[in-house]
Design a protein around this ligand. Structure first.
Ligand code: SAH
Ligand code: SF4
Ligand code: F3S
Length: 439
């Protein structure tokens, strides 16, 4: 029997891409490809790419350059590029990168096996068409359901929000919500396979179902997931503040399986900037939603995303962002310097700040956040937290897991606890995690 061919996938960007990479593995198994951890032995190398910021894109191109050396005279290796850069650039990539064999966009995953077959024959296939929503519903990426403690489940794809800085609507296409029946069936299968926690995934999960007549809205979907036996914890990401409905907020009061964490990106604390970002809410709306969430679930931890140096951002605007952070008291924050992206509205806005100005604001913001994160972590010392144990940590003998608020905890315990909810006393706060002892 012929031995399996080897597949190396390197994934950039967000969780959607991580999920898509898993789907690629599932699809390419049918062509006798087995995943490996190292490109040097691979017959097929795929870079699953991200173009959210210029830096993310540069990283991919330098990695592509590095992969070139695995294509030698002695060994025929197929080099492919998928994901958001592939969707954006399509055929242009073949001209720009002469040693590239295969380009497939975010809507073409289902075509990958045929495209790989063509590349095996020496062709250079390209596919970056967008599919219409109907077609996508039937082609929603499926991957093998395996066990594990915690899993992501895609509930919607694409984004219709067109925030003025963001490339996602141009590389992921229009928003489509997956059929609720399919979602619930998949989560049921996961529960049967021993999965304890699911994270419902999409660019904007709380607009789930709003555009499909036959589907529940997101709050109703959460209630159905919550009824699935075996699933003990539910998370979701990402939510958009403008779609944070009162009904969804009340889920935090009503559903004990729903974790005490919300990732709710504000992007800025200044009304003028929020307006030009096309976010559809102002500072007051945002804070009102945070207030309602904290009322529904007093121990909820809030995380978010923030952009500094948006075109025209003044020092006063930036101060508004810092003061919003102080009011919300984020447990953690992902923060980025504005990066002008092709096709987006904000790329045409004047008054982009210099790299140095942006970096300087980013440094100030991150230092404030570090101190707030540390303060929040210290506040947890002495409390008992319920931790879902996910595995053993690199440091020998320790287990790691997460609190309901999504903080990582390391503690000493037996391997047999992996997959269970354990009560842990927090004894020390570290910059990015907590140290605990079994209570
Ligand atoms: N759908 C999610 C996030 C998508 S991208 C949401 O709406 O929250 C992840 C983050 O990258 C964004 O929240 C934003 O903070 C950041 N981002 C997106 N485009 C950017 C750009 N052009 N420059 C800098 N940061 C950007
Ligand atoms: Fe981008 Fe805005 Fe859509 Fe998020 S909601 S993916 S930031 S356009
Ligand atoms: Fe990047 Fe595409 Fe995700 S641009 S952040 S991989 S949707």
């Amino acid at each position: 029997m012929q031995s399996a061919k080897k597949l190396y996938i390197e994934t950039f960007g967000c969780q959607m891409n991580v999920n898509d990479s898993d789907t690629m593995v599932t699809l390419l198994r049918e062509l006798d490809y087995e995943p490996v951890d190292n490109p040097s032995s691979a017959d097929l190398i795929i870079l699953n790419t991200c173009s959210i910021r210029a830096k993310a894109e540069q990283k991919v191109f330098s990695e592509l350059g590095r992969m070139k050396r695995f294509k030698t005279r002695e060994k025929r290796v197929i080099l492919g590029i998928g994901g958001c850069i592939a969707q954006q650039e399509g055929e242009k990539l073949l001209r720009r990168v002469p040693y590239l064999d295969l380009v497939f966009g975010t809507h073409s995953l289902h075509l990958l096996p045929d495209m790989v077959r063509a590349a095996e024959k020496g062709e250079r296939p390209v596919q970056n068409d967008f599919l219409d929503p109907e077609a996508r519903l039937d082609l929603f990426p499926r991957k093998d359901v395996e066990g594990g403690v915690t899993r992501f489940v895609t509930v919607m794809q694409g984004c219709d929000n067109f925030c003025s800085y963001c490339i996602v609507p141009y590389v992921r296409g229009r928003e489509v919500s997956r059929r609720s029946g399919d979602i619930l069936r998949e989560i049921g299968e996961m529960a049967d396979a021993g999965v304890k926690e699911v994270t419902l995934l999409g660019q904007n999960v709380n607009s789930y179902g709003l555009k499909s007549v036959d589907e529940p809205d997101f709050a109703a979907l959460l209630r159905s997931v919550s009824a699935i036996e075996g699933i003990e914890r539910i998370r979701f990401t990402t939510s958009h503040p403008k779609d944070m409905s009162p009904d969804l907020v009340s889920c935090f009061a009503e559903l004990p399986k729903l974790c005490s964490h919300i990732h709710l990106p504000a992007q800025s604390g200044s009304d003028g900037i929020l307006e030009r970002m096309n976010r559809g809410y102002d500072r007051k709306d945002y804070l009102a939603r945070i207030g309602a969430l904290k009322a529904a679930r007093p121990d909820i931890l809030v995380t978010g995303d923030m952009i500094v140096g948006f075109p025209g951002e003044t020092e006063e605007d930036f101060q508004e962002t810092l003061s919003l952070m102080e009011e919300v008291r984020y447990a953690d924050l992902f923060s980025f310097a504005f990066s002008a992206r092709p096709e987006t509205e904000a790329a045409r806005y004047p008054d982009e700040l210099t790299r140095r100005e942006k970096q300087e604001r980013l440094d100030r913001l991150q230092s404030l956040q570090r101190s707030m994160t540390m303060e929040m972590s210290r506040g947890l010392v002495g409390t008992i937290q319920e931790v879902l144990v996910e595995g053993t940590s690199k440091r020998g003998g320790q287990l790691f897991g997460r609190t309901s608020g999504n903080r990582i905890v390391n503690f000493t315990g037996d391997r047999s606890l992996v997959g269970s909810l354990v009560r842990v006393t927090i004894v020390e706060a570290m910059p990015n995690s907590l140290l605990g002892e079994k209570a």
